[in-house]
Write a protein that binds this ligand. Structure first.
Ligand SMILES: Nc1ncnc2c1ncn2[C@@H]1O[C@H](COP(=O)(O)OP(=O)(O)OP(=O)(O)O)[C@@H](O)[C@H]1O
Length: 633
């Protein structure tokens, strides 16, 4: 067992072996720690040939958990740690034949690609084509297509609604779209869950195989499960499997708009008669931060005496510009002087500025840029190729992995200003691409073909670097500037390939790599400077210093939620998540007035969450006078 320190309640979770277990735990109570330590213990101390399935909400959380288990060496290969989508992808590629998945499923992750598929599909169905043609103008047509795509996603996320769904147009849209995807040998995100569910429910032998393979299943962030995900879990468990553990915090449920709900945690507790363990110590946050969180939710209880006081302070700017300046001033001061409640020096990476939406962070971003304070906006970077040839290469790899993929083959043909090869859809994708390259007659197109040939030539053990070397060779013949862009793209590609290998694919393949890329599982951590994050993307993270910008009515809570009780409850949980990301210092800021996108200026009311904190006696000592003045003005 590792040397990670565990409280008695955490130890109970970690040493739990057989049977269903629900862990309900607040922010900073060590959910990630107990999950990892339990997996470690199961793998090292429980005898038997079995695997552990650990499902996380994000790729980032999966990577972190995998990293924490690396000291187990080969033993760690006995755990599948990944998102539910990556698990379903693996399962379908191994056993998906009965539900029509012939090869490794290729995922169309981009909205625009799915829309193209729908547009083509609608053309094939006269009723749908008429429905679209009856829209008054092109804007209305685009809106209708968006609506249809949204309802396809909604239906697929609700298997129970899908069963009895009998709206004629809706059903035809869904069928036409699915048929279009399949004709391109492709699937969307929702399909991965839906097909896995069907496979496990309709083919008991396959379900049984996975039940025996994975003797223990652990679910992180269970408060954000949706119906489709819960259905996959139930299909996986069947009537007899009980070794399921869920860890979650209903107070941090912030994906309701995405049809997630903590209701599935409670259903699990009831249906599995699960044991329940509560973790109530907060190992992360200072007293001041916990008090602010308590002010948002009076039911939030924290056990034990928190050793560090910390601080919660309000920053009030005349407008957003001044608000951003106050934040930047504070960041610079903390970096120079440090703070008595933060051990060591406060480097940029220990600080984050959160906003309810990206919009709330725009002025802060501009100010940090102007002052040369480094920042990053995404936790993982979905790299966009800067060089033409690497973008071609990425498209060509998609087609190599999935020769039926006419959509991306056409995109490649457009880029090369050539026509499609005569035999599209034939299994030998490289020949098709080679004939397109020959008719394009450019060195760039030839380099891409040569790269594919180099990859295909390594029949023993797939290694993408042989292809990338060919592209680099082409780069060496170019001017300095073009060469640099290709080298940079190639370096990122190399990192993504390494990340794919680290995830321990059972059988490395071009298709496996491209699907993992589509699911975001090969993305790299990008963490240099101050983090500028939306509340949703800050989930599961912690920083010594947190700023929450734009704490004004209409921004946080978001104006779209005002007057709607369910949405407002979720807004309050958003604030709870935002505050509890802080380990030590929490700064809440708002502008007295805001410039609207259309030009005029509006007076801002401080957020109700600020007022809530102010009126709670536990917090009031921390509030500086300017807020009271601002609020009563
Ligand atoms: N027993 C412990 N002793 C000391 N520190 C601990 C203990 N358990 C957890 N921690 C620390 O507390 C912090 C919070 O832990 P962790 O990130 O696992 O919490 P969490 O429950 O996943 O939080 P959240 O739900 O808010 O994202 C981490 O810095 C972790 O190292």
């Amino acid at each position: 067992m590792s040397s990670a320190r565990l409280s008695p309640a955490q130890t109970r979770v970690v040493t739990h072996v057989e049977g269903a277990l629900l862990v309900v735990a607040g922010p900073g109570t060590g959910k990630t720690r107990v999950l990892t330590e339990r997996i470690r213990r199961l793998l090292t101390e429980v005898p038997g040939h079995f695997r552990v399935l650990a499902l996380t909400f994000t790729n980032k959380a999966a990577n972190e958990m995998r990293e924490r288990l690396t000291d187990l060496g080969n033993e760690s290969q006995r755990a599948f740690v990944g998102t539910m989508h990556s698990f379903c992808l693996e399962l379908l590629s191994e056993r998906g034949k009965p539900v029509g998945v012939e090869a490794l499923p290729q995922v169309f992750e981009q909205y625009q690609d799915r829309k193209e598929i729908l547009i083509e599909a609608v053309k094939q169905d006269p009723l749908l084509a008429d429905a679209l043609a009856s829209e008054p103008n092109s804007k209305a047509v685009a809106r209708k297509l968006d609506q249809w795509l949204a309802s396809i996603s909604w239906l697929k996320a609700h298997p129970s609604a899908l069963e009895g769904f009998d709206d004629e147009i809706g059903r035809r849209v869904l069928e036409a779209y699915d048929a279009g995807l399949r004709a391109s040998g492709a699937y969307d995100f929702d399909d991965l869950l839906l097909l896995t569910c069907r496979l496990l429910n309709e083919y008991p032998k396959i379900a049984d195989f996975y039940r025996r393979l994975y003797r223990f299943i652990c679910i992180d962030e269970a408060q954000d499960l949706n119906e489709a995900q819960y259905s996959v879990l139930m299909a996986l468990c069947g009537d007899s499997f009980r070794n399921l553990m869920m860890v979650g915090d209903p107070k941090q449920s912030i994906y309701g708009f995405n049809t997630s709900s903590p209701e599935f945690m409670w259903r699990f507790r009831e249906e599995f008669e699960a044991d329940e363990i509560e973790l109530t110590e907060n190992f992360r946050s200072s007293r001041a931060v916990v008090d602010a969180a308590k002010a948002l939710d009076s039911n939030y209880q924290v056990e034990g005496q928190l050793p560090i006081q910390g601080l919660v302070e309000v920053l009030t700017g005349e407008d957003e510009q001044e608000e951003a300046e106050l934040i930047a001033d504070k960041l610079e001061t903390l970096r120079t002087l440090g703070h008595e409640d933060v051990e060591g020096s406060i480097v940029w990476e220990r600080c984050a500025v959160l906003g309810r939406t990206r919009f709330a962070l725009m002025a802060v971003e501009a100010e940090l840029r102007a002052r040369g304070i480094p920042y990053y906006k995404r936790l993982t970077a979905n790299h966009e190729n800067e060089s033409e040839v690497m973008e071609d290469f990425a498209l060509a790899l998609r087609v190599m992995a999935n020769p039926k993929d006419k959509l991306h083959l056409s995109a490649l043909a457009n880029r090369w200003k050539t026509s499609l090869p005569p035999l599209t859809g034939e299994p030998n994708a490289i020949d098709g691409i080679a004939s397109m390259a020959a008719s394009a007659g450019t060195r760039r197109a030839r380099a891409v073909t040569d790269a594919l040939v180099a990859i295909a030539a390594r029949t023993q053990r797939l290694d993408m670097s042989s292809g990338v070397d060919v592209i680099r060779g082409y780069a060496d013949t170019l001017e300095e500037e073009d060469k640099r862009a290709i080298y940079e793209d190639a370096a990122v590609f190399g990192q993504e390939w390494d990340q794919y290998l680290r995830s321990g694919p059972s059988n490395r393949s071009v298709g496996g790599f491209m699907s993992n890329k589509a699911l975001g599982a090969t993305q790299q951590a990008a963490r240099e400077g101050v983090a500028l994050l939306t509340v949703h993307s800050s989930k599961g993270l912690e920083f010594d210093v947190i700023f929450v910008a734009g704490m004004a009515e209409g921004v946080f809570p978001d104006y779209r939620a005002l007057g709607k009780s369910k949405e407002m409850a979720e807004e309050s949980r958003n604030a709870f998540v935002a505050f509890t990301r802080s380990k030590r210092l929490l700064y809440l800021s708002y502008p007295r007035q805001r410039k609207m996108p259309w030009g005029d200026t509006r007076v801002q009311q401080p957020s109700r969450y600020l007022k809530q904190c102010m009126t709670k006696s536990t917090c009031s000592a921390s509030w500086p006078a300017p807020l009271s003045l601002a609020m009563h003005a």
